[in-house]
Design a protein around this ligand. Structure first.
Ligand code: DGJ
Length: 699
């Protein structure tokens, strides 16, 4: 080993350089930024003097165990049962190639081999990092902490952290925090990523003005289970972010000879601020979608808000007929279609269409929907079981439970232990049956309760169960099966709104449901946060009835359509009550959306302003630069027209060619790029004109 060994991994526009530390047996960050940033002395170099801490505590270490790094936050805490905690490893070998790197460290006394893994993601500015842990001794290891990776960010004035926080119905609120010293953690122990925080974080130097095109670093953890992302701001302007699974049962046990692979941490960089970082994540999620990116996301109608549990073929068909007349392409029957599901107290687990709801048979109903020219979709919650269901009576042992303890109900239901192979087989067989027996082109997979009594009696020592990883593996196995066995079926991911949105889920679903809140101004804010982390082609969004059940502030139908068409447009209103005028307007919006959805789903996104501003917008630039689509919103204050009568608000676009000419055929207006960049697009808001969709064609 030489202390000067360095390796550089290059993504599309960035490079990431790791070196072996001159101070001890660990890898540390040398440089991360735009191509070429690695040439020059490392911005993370430090004096190598420490007081009261060790060099390992102060180093910009890529991954260090408790033992070598005793004080300032280790990434791994391992021990043999009955022995002291701690790992003291030596560097063994490096295995680099152009796109990946593996660095291996071993501790023979403990019996642990640790490999830090790096791989670039083709065509993106994302680097994957994860860790492989192998028990090389003859005694099992206890892993109390098993992070995926740590990243280091040089800052001058503390870090500005941007994260997405919330709760049910208020997911993805963009939240910022200035961390000068101390520790800040986000995460979930709910067995899913949760509504409270997205497994995503952006870090900037707090000295840079907010929303400026400044260097911005991001991480996102690919794990639909328990997780944390922890940021530590230490003396000397060092900011280090650790991320990984949370071993909720106390520790994960690693048997002799076994290897545990941690979830991947996707690491992203943009020199262009949070807006640029969002585009990096959008590219990455297009990569995750693979070929399915090019599958047209159909305009959906979902009957949940219109009919709730009161599903009845005649009502549904009436809704389907109206939806089809508006130009909707897909009809989805949500919760309430199966036996025993009159409300949320029953039915889950017994996945058979309710003969009372479909008196002429379910297949006849599906055929009637399809005869309207609509594709057909169905809601399921495969992990759930109602206490009074037949499934629960037959398999009481399939739920999470602890002997002698009461099983609590959440939303009146229990949760299947999807880590069990027999439960996975049941779920796969159920979904196969539904998708084979009926003509279903779309499946909405919901999940509405976290695991509470986390136990699996009779499965060996309770403290050795890794139920979280088991559930995740079962969930991913079923999703993988669906994609493999039913490739034509489009899958929507949902967990009581946006409770389970992470890259493992996004890689196996086509769209996700960010929130149950579809009230216009609330939704705008949720989508604004969502688009920081996720791509528009994943963002399912419905137009529902005004004013909305969550937020009574009135907004026009146009506002609701323009908001929903910022992603994958759907309609969830009770169309039976809509006037002819509303239906005509809706049909026009749907037709307009269809003309631009390729740009919305595949274009470069720029978030213009925020929902706190009087005017904000989302700008989508077509890949070939020929079209620019702007979804613009007046959020409340009319700060143009009333204050300066006759003068429209201006919305400055970004990223256009100043020398090019752009034409808005709808208003027969021609602009230069320079005009749109300098003065901006005029938005003449009034009390009843609060949103617009502008399409500019480059001449
Ligand atoms: C929660 C989901 O987020 C809703 O869209 C709806 O599907 C309900 N569950 C149905 O129970």
């Amino acid at each position: 080993m030489t202390s000067h060994q360095r390796w550089t991994l290059r993504t599309q526009h960035t490079s990431y350089t790791v070196r072996l530390s001159p101070d001890g047996p660990w890898a540390e960050l040398d440089a991360w930024g735009p191509h070429g940033v690695e040439t020059g002395p490392s911005a993370l170099d430090w004096s190598h003097r420490t007081h009261f801490i060790t060099p390992a505590d102060a180093a910009p270490a890529e991954y260090l165990p408790h033992g070598i790094r005793p004080f300032t936050g280790a990434d791994l805490v391992a021990s043999r049962p009955g022995h002291e905690r701690g790992t003291w490893w030596t560097f063994e070998e490096a295995d680099p190639d152009e796109h990946s790197l593996k660095l291996t460290f071993t501790d023979d006394l403990l019996g642990l081999r640790t490999t830090l893994c790096y791989a670039t993601v083709p065509g993106t500015d994302v680097l994957h990092r994860w860790t492989e842990l192998t028990c090389t001794g003859d005694e099992e290891l206890r892993l109390e902490r098993l992070d995926s990776a740590a990243v280091n960010v040089p800052v001058t004035a503390g870090a500005r952290l941007t994260y997405l926080s919330g709760q049910w119905s208020q997911e993805f609120q963009r939240t910022q925090l200035h961390l000068t010293r101390g520790t800040f953690t986000i995460g979930s122990t709910q067995g899913v990523p949760g509504h409270a925080y997205a497994p995503w974080l952006a870090v900037q130097d707090a000295a840079a003005p907010p929303d400026a095109p400044a260097p911005t670093y991001g991480v996102a953890l690919e794990w639909p289970g328990n997780w944390h992302i922890t940021t530590e701001a230490e003396p000397g302007a060092a900011v280090r972010v650790r991320a990984g699974r949370v071993p909720h049962e106390g520790a994960v046990h690693l048997a002799p000879g076994d290897t545990l692979t941690t979830p991947r941490l996707a690491c992203a960089f943009s020199a262009d601020g949070l807006d640029g970082l969002s585009r990096v994540w959008h590219h990455y999620e297009r990569h995750l979608a693979g070929e399915r990116l090019h599958r047209t996301r159909k305009v959906l109608y979902n009957s949940w808000e219109a009919t709730g549990f009161d599903v009845d073929a005649a009502d549904q068909l009436q809704l389907a007929k109206t939806a089809a007349d508006l130009g909707v392409e897909l009809f989805v029957v949500d919760d309430g279609w199966f036996t025993g599901r009159a409300d949320d107290t029953g039915g889950l687990g017994d996945w058979y269409p309710d003969p009372e709801a479909f008196p002429q048979g379910f297949d006849r109903f599906v055929a009637d929907v399809r005869a309207l020219g609509l594709d057909f979709g169905l809601w399921v919650e495969p992990e759930a079981v109602s206490p009074g269901s037949r499934l629960h009576a037959e398999h009481p042992d399939w739920i999470y439970r602890i002997d002698g303890r009461p099983a609590r109900l959440v939303r009146n239901q229990l949760l299947l232990d999807l880590g069990r192979t027999d439960v996975q087989e049941f779920v796969i067989a159920t979904l196969d049956r539904l998708l084979t027996d009926h003509d279903i082109g779309y499946l909405k997979w919901d999940m509405n309760r976290p695991p509470t009594e986390r136990g699996r009696p009779d499965a060996g020592p309770a403290d050795h169960l890794d139920l979280d990883a088991g559930h995740v593996a079962g969930y991913l196995r079923v999703l993988d099966h669906l994609r493999h066995a039913h490739p034509a079926v489009t899958i929507e991911g949902c967990a009581g709104g946006g409770g389970r949105i992470d890259h493992a889920t996004l890689a196996r679903t086509d769209v996700v449901w960010p929130s149950d809140n579809t009230a216009p101004l609330d939704r705008l804010r949720i989508q604004y946060g969502f688009l920081h982390a996720h791509a528009p082609h994943t963002m399912s969004s419905w137009v529902t009835d005004a004013p909305g059940v969550f937020d009574p502030r009135p907004r026009s139908l146009a506002f609701r359509f323009v908001t929903a068409l910022c992603g994958v447009l759907g309609v969830g209103a009770d169309l039976r009550a809509w006037t002819g005028e509303q239906r005509t307007e809706a049909a026009e919006w749907i037709a307009r959306y269809k003309r631009v959805r390729d740009v919305v789903h595949h274009g470069e996104v720029r978030l213009l302003g925020t929902p706190d501003d009087a005017t904000c917008a989302v700008q989508y630039d077509a890949e070939d630069g020929r079209r620019v689509v702007v979804a613009a919103f007046s959020t409340g204050r009319l700060d143009g027209a009333p204050l300066v009568p006759g003068r429209a608000v201006r919305l400055r676009l970004r990223g256009l060619d100043p020398a090019a000419t752009y034409r808005d055929t709808a208003t027969a207006t021609t602009y230069s790029g320079a005009h749109l960049l300098h003065y901006g697009l005029p938005c003449a808001w009034s009390a009843d004109h609060d949103a617009e969709l502008v399409v500019l064609t480059r001449q």
